[in-house]
Design a protein around this ligand. Structure first.
Ligand code: HEM
Length: 429
């Protein structure tokens, strides 16, 4: 094996601050970036590079990749200029990583060989996207406006209310900064976050991370979640620019830096799979209001058949039970509340459990479930409005516990020559 640590200086290494970007701009891949954001899924499956630059950040209306690696960071600096320094680094890194180029990570010596990108040699870009977000604590933390940004906090970037049944763990929740890497190869997604984290050395540190995967992806397929149901059927279409403008992208209602951006809500939803697996399929279907194999709504035959909430059985009971997940959620869609779900399954091994009540069961329990992810134009009319009802009435709640996540404002996309969030940092007082 070639020792790249010894051979990597000079022409084979791209300078972190300059040459790499120039190489990206000049590459034949540059034309990819000018493509429409919402290319059809089949076309996306053919290509390996997703555009980094554009009016919107990538990774939102991008056909879903197979893997994700998410990280939330806490800033450890007090000056706005230091945050800007980080944003410049992350922007350059995003442009390079998305075309499969190495990123130099400066350490004590400005250009160090300490982190070598050999871990992704031969893997290609794998449709990597990086989606960045800002938490409410970037704008004010513990009553302190550390970076003079509080006047720029969007109204929609609220503190999420406490929902019934949730058990949020602080170590898995919130963060000043957020990044989601998605790629068709898990190592490419991890590599990207590892470099992003390396670039934050001395400026920000990881608060929590989360991996995820989907069973089926690309070419218009609906993945199944770990409860075995197709998940994503009722989504608005990512190639419908009108729907995306209405429900996903922020418009003139927000500060200029946020226009063309979106709000991401992430929830780490642990599933009680041991419990779920002992339920019969008819009950599981009642829980969701859809058929397990086909994904059809109860009362329909095929996955994409329209949902008819008025249909009843011989006893006059609704075919879609009153507290089924899809019925409750669909009522909001009918009232004009829509979100774009882009969730991933997760599987973080198993934990020992020891019950404190008879029969004093002890044993292992999976720590697996769904990293529920949704994008919306305004979380108050999106996730918060819908989950306020679901968290109280959804039959699915007996099998799911939310124990982490957050709400982040994902700013507009980046133009070449600009850095991520530039309009925010220039607008702050
Ligand atoms: C572990 C957590 C969750 C699981 C396993 C889950 C699973 C599902 C499944 C299987 C469907 C039916 C297929 C589809 O349309 O995608 C669905 C639909 C939906 N879910 Fe969830 N879901 C979860 C959490 C949530 C949350 C937290 C929200 C929002 C607050 C939500 C909102 C929706 C919406 C809006 C629909 C589509 C309804 C329609 O057809 O109009 N889900 N979900």
């Amino acid at each position: 094996m070639t020792d790249r640590r010894n051979s990597s200086s000079g022409a084979t290494r791209r300078g972190f601050l300059g040459a790499g970007l120039a190489a990206v701009a000049g590459s034949s891949l540059a034309s990819e970036r000018t493509r429409a954001d919402a290319a059809p899924a089949a076309e996306a499956a053919q290509r390996t590079v997703e555009p980094f630059y554009g009016a919107h950040q990538s990774g939102v209306v991008t056909p879903q990749q197979a893997h994700t690696y998410i990280a939330a960071f806490d800033l450890t600096v007090d000056k706005r200029d230091d945050v800007i320094r980080l944003m410049r680094r992350w922007t350059r890194a995003g442009a390079l990583l998305s075309v499969g180029e190495p990123v130099e990570v400066p350490s004590a010596k400005e250009y160090s060989d300490a982190l070598d990108p050999a871990d992704i040699v031969g893997l290609g870009p794998s449709r990597l996207t990086l989606t960045f977000g800002f938490g409410a604590s970037l704008f004010a933390k513990d009553g302190r406006d550390r970076y003079g940004l509080s006047s720029q906090r969007p109204e929609a970037l609220v503190d999420l209310p406490k929902f019934p049944g949730e058990q949020l763990e602080p170590a898995r929740t919130g963060g000043d900064l957020f990044v989601q890497a998605c790629a068709d190869n898990p190592q490419v997604a991890f590599h990207a976050v590892r470099q992003i984290s390396g670039l934050a050395y001395g400026l920000a540190q990881i608060r929590w991370v989360q991996t995820g995967f989907v069973s089926d992806y690309g070419a218009g397929k609906t993945p199944r979640n770990l409860m075995g149901f197709k998940d994503g059927t009722g989504n608005p279409r990512i190639d419908d620019a009108g729907e995306m403008a209405k429900f996903v992208w922020v418009g003139d209602e927000a500060q200029p830096w946020m226009r063309g951006g979106s709000y991401i809500v992430v929830r780490r939803a642990r599933m009680a799979l041991e419990h779920w697996d002992r339920m019969n399929i008819a009950f599981q279907e009642q829980t969701f209001g859809r058929k397990k194999m086909s994904g059809a709504p109860l009362g329909g035959d095929n996955e994409f058949d329209p949902i008819d909430l008025a249909k009843t059985d011989a006893n006059g009971d609704p075919l879609m039970p009153e507290n089924s997940h899809v019925r409750l959620a669909h009522e909001f869609a009918l009232q004009g509340s829509k979100i774009l779900r882009r969730s991933y399954s997760y599987n973080d091994g198993a934990n020992v459990i020891a019950e404190r009540w008879p029969p004093w069961r002890q044993g292992m329990e999976f720590d697996a479930g769904l990293i529920f992810i949704c994008y919306q134009r305004d979380p108050r009319s999106g996730f918060i409005r819908i989950f306020d009802k679901l968290s109280r009435f959804d039959m699915m709640n007996q099998f799911v516990t939310n124990n982490g996540g957050g709400l982040f404002a994902c700013p507009a996309g980046v133009a070449e020559g600009e850095y991520l969030g530039q309009r925010l940092f220039e607008a702050g007082a």
